[in-house]
Design a binder for this molecule. Structure first.
Ligand code: ATP
Ligand code: MG
Length: 422
């Protein structure tokens, strides 16, 4: 016997009982983005692997361990399933010269792929909503992005998401800090794990991002980038804080916030929660002024800033906080018996749908009793019953399913009015 085929580990089906939550989230995101003037962009899921190596950085968890890269069997190209969206978005913006039309406020959403150890809140196919503001140099846009997030938590009814902000300064300040950090870490070589030792000279800042509990003490005591900050970056960071305070957004400064990707500079931020166990990072982002030049060359240089949120984690938070999530139910389930009644039933659902109602037509055989059971379990507000008598009288019978109100035999227009009254 052949074994049945199952989904790939860490790649999940979203069944209808959960999909309503996704739809509610997606609808909220669309309205939220529109209200801030951000436009949707859609990129392919597969890109040249080199795009991510160049942008995210060769010495990062994502590129070293997590990226699904493969050779195109037809032409030998090295391809990858996108592990994140920023690089693709920037590639698309440059490829289509969108910045010639001025700065761009953009967002995208969709699946991302990382070969991680699957656990609650950490999957191999997961989903992100990503927001990128390209061509804006000032702290005002950094603040806008953060304020937007705070606004989304409100719209979704998720409490308890904490904001941490930090700054990575300019490239020069980082270089200075980098050598101070290497010096410090070399003095504590015995306390570094294998990963950290390997990265000591190639990417020491990433060591600060280590999740290894054994290394937290040595990370805590490390010198802080904040103390080596250049004047411009310091002013940028202070302006951001003033704007956040003015908008009533609470934050903590986290001087160890370095983010797992190489391309950030100046502002970095993370929204975290204690309600989801170890997978507490809900949304993360920052400024990446060097990335456009890195991907597109000198002529492409432009400032940029963005964030990405993990949809599965946000949804888990929504469920956890127990808020009321609107669940669309059908307005009517139409049951019928006999050929003439069936024709009227088709006409009835058409009439109702044209008026914006959700109407389910009973399909398949079954007597009235069996059909009414289906109507009940569909969660519809009303059953509409069409038998020989109704056909003869050119009427339908409307039976409320969620209240004790009596059944009524009325014309189709009156039935529409009745449904419209709620
Ligand atoms: P983490 O520290 O949890 O690995 P990250 O720093 O790798 O997160 P980013 O690359 O910044 O994550 O992605 C932004 C957001 O995407 C994260 O804050 C998280 O909510 C979500 N995310 C990242 N990886 C996964 C995953 N494997 N499964 C589910 N969500 C994820
Ligand atoms: Mg990660």
């Amino acid at each position: 016997m052949t074994r049945s085929i199952q989904a790939i580990r860490g790649m999940n089906d979203v069944l209808p009982d959960q999909a309503y939550l996704w739809e509610f989230f997606e609808q909220t995101v669309r309205e939220w983005m529109a209200s801030y003037g951000y436009r949707n962009i859609r990129m392919p899921i597969v890109e040249q692997a080199d795009l991510f190596v160049r942008s995210i950085g060769a010495v990062t968890d994502i590129v070293e361990k997590e990226m699904y890269a493969f050779d195109d069997s037809l032409n030998g190209d090295r391809l990858a399933l996108r592990p994140e969206g920023t690089a693709s978005c920037v590639r698309a913006v440059l490829e289509h010269s969108l910045l010639y039309g001025g700065p761009q406020r953009l967002y995208y959403s969709g699946p991302m792929f990382r070969h991680e150890r699957p656990q609650k809140g950490r999957y191999r196919q997961f989903h992100q909503v990503g927001v990128e503001a390209l061509g804006y140099p000032g702290p005002d846009i950094d603040a806008e992005l953060i304020v937007m997030c705070a606004d989304l938590w409100k719209r979704l009814g998720v409490p308890g998401v904490r904001l941490e902000i930090g700054t990575l300064g300019s490239l020069e300040a980082r270089t200075l800090y980098r050598s101070r950090l290497i010096g410090y870490l070399e003095r504590h070589l015995g306390r570094l794990d294998e990963d950290a030792r390997r990265r000591l000279h190639s990417n020491p800042l990433r060591i600060l991002d280590s999740k290894n509990p054994q290394m937290q003490a040595v990370i805590e005591a490390a010198p802080r980038l904040l103390d080596d900050l250049d004047q411009d970056s310091l002013e940028h960071f202070e302006a951001l804080q003033r704007l956040l305070r003015a908008q009533g957004v609470a934050f903590e400064i986290n001087s160890r916030l370095v983010r797992g990707l190489d391309y950030y500079n100046r502002t970095v931020f993370e929204w975290v929660t204690d309600r989801l166990g170890a997978q507490g990072a809900v949304c993360a982002g920052g400024r990446y002024d060097g990335l456009l030049e890195q991907i597109g060359g000198k002529a492409a240089a432009a400032p940029a800033c963005g964030f990405a949120m993990g949809v599965e984690r946000v949804l888990a938070l929504m469920l956890e906080s127990g808020g009321e999530i609107p669940h669309a139910v059908p307005d009517a389930y139409v049951v019928h018996q006999g050929e003439a009644a069936q024709a009227v039933a088709w006409k009835t659902v058409r009439y109702l749908r044209d008026r914006g109602f959700r109407a389910i037509l009973h399909c398949g055989a079954g007597n009235f009793k069996a059909q009414m059971k289906k109507a009940d379990s569909s969660n519809a507000r009303y059953a509409i019953i069409i038998g020989e008598d109704e056909v003869r009288a050119e009427e339908v019978s409307v039976k409320p399913l969620r209240s004790g109100a009596p059944q009524a035999r009325i014309g189709l227009a009156a039935a529409g009015d009745l449904l419209g009254r709620g």
